[in-house]
Design a protein. Structure first.
Length: 118
């Protein structure tokens, strides 16, 4: 275990990820494209999660906790269809899903992930 703190994808206001003591903390991931429905936006965000976890030395089987924010809670069924197809069998992480006012009205979803490094 390392007590070194590293940040990835740094911008002036935030980092895309931070790694400390072999735990990866991802920032809230939002869709890069907003022209799609909740299914498309969810797939977009989960692809970003995959990429960020890989860049930090992990993958979706190592997720410790997930928080999902939906602009419209009525989207939960469609979001769950994409989520269920994405989650690795036998590795469904603890998860909370709530409705929230997201920073951009075109975003329908934001996902925050904490994961362990490999």
């Amino acid at each position: 275990m390392s007590d070194t703190l590293t940040r990835h994808g740094m911008a002036a206001r935030y980092s895309e990820a931070a790694v400390f003591n072999d735990v990866i903390y991802l920032a809230g991931m939002v869709p890069e494209g907003t022209a799609t429905d909740i299914r498309g936006q969810t797939a977009d965000v989960l692809a970003q999660v995959d990429a960020h976890l890989a860049a930090c030395g992990s993958d979706k089987t190592r997720i410790l906790r997930t928080q999902i924010y939906l602009a419209h809670i009525a989207d939960i069924g469609a979001m769950n269809e994409v989520w269920d197809a994405w989650v690795a069998p036998g590795h469904a992480p603890p998860r909370a899903t709530v409705q929230a006012a997201l920073a951009n009205p075109a975003w329908r979803i934001e996902i925050v992930v904490t994961a362990a490094r490999r």
